[in-house]
Write a protein of this length. Structure first.
Length: 187
């Protein structure tokens, strides 16, 4: 077992816990007072967990591991987990209205999402020593757009704006997946 394989176990456990929370909320969120904005965020956050796990593989050969880098890697799954527990409570069957639930927790969700986006943007610099400004302009624009969408989502209770934020965010996520995630070490 390599050091990378040893260290990645904790991240995998945390990511699994977040995915389990999200999947456990799917049936209730889909059938019991569903709210499409919440449901799309639930699916997008589930995909985000899988993307982060996939992205971690790219660090298996390039990183000289130390405790600070290990903690930095753990930050991503912890921020994703915080998004998951914000979207889906411990007992999702007790939620009578997912719309009300979403608007009770949306600011916490978007704040965790914004911190997560900043974390992901810094991974190349922290793990591989790649300067942030060396990222292609399209990647920088995508990051800034996603960050601005999270800020906008945290700032409003307007249903149309929340709908636009989730649609644009999911669209950007899908564009990212289809543009580079299908390469062997993509993302």
């Amino acid at each position: 077992m390599t050091l990378f394989e040893y260290l990645i176990v904790v991240s995998s456990i945390i990511l699994s816990m977040g995915m389990i929370r999200l999947v456990s909320g799917l049936p209730s969120a889909f059938t019991k007072g569903p709210f499409w904005v919440h449901f799309l965020w639930l699916i997008a956050t589930l995909i985000g967990h899988a993307l982060y796990w996939w992205q971690l593989w790219s660090a298996h050969e390039f990183v000289e591991w130390n405790f600070a880098r290990f903690l930095y890697i753990l930050l991503g799954p912890l921020l994703l987990y915080s998004q998951a527990v914000t979207l889906v409570p411990a007992n999702p069957d007790e939620v009578s209205s997912w719309r009300e639930r979403f608007f009770q927790v949306f600011r916490a969700f978007f704040i965790a999402r914004a911190f997560y986006l900043v974390h992901v943007a810094g991974m190349g610099a922290i793990l591989r020593g790649v300067p942030l400004l060396s990222i292609p302009a399209a990647g920088q624009l995508m990051f800034l757009s996603a960050l601005l969408l999270s800020v906008a989502g945290a700032a409003t209770t307007n249903l149309r704006l929340q709908g636009a934020v989730v649609i644009l965010s999911v669209g950007m996520m899908l564009a990212g997946i289809f543009s580079f995630a299908f390469e062997p070490l993509g993302v």
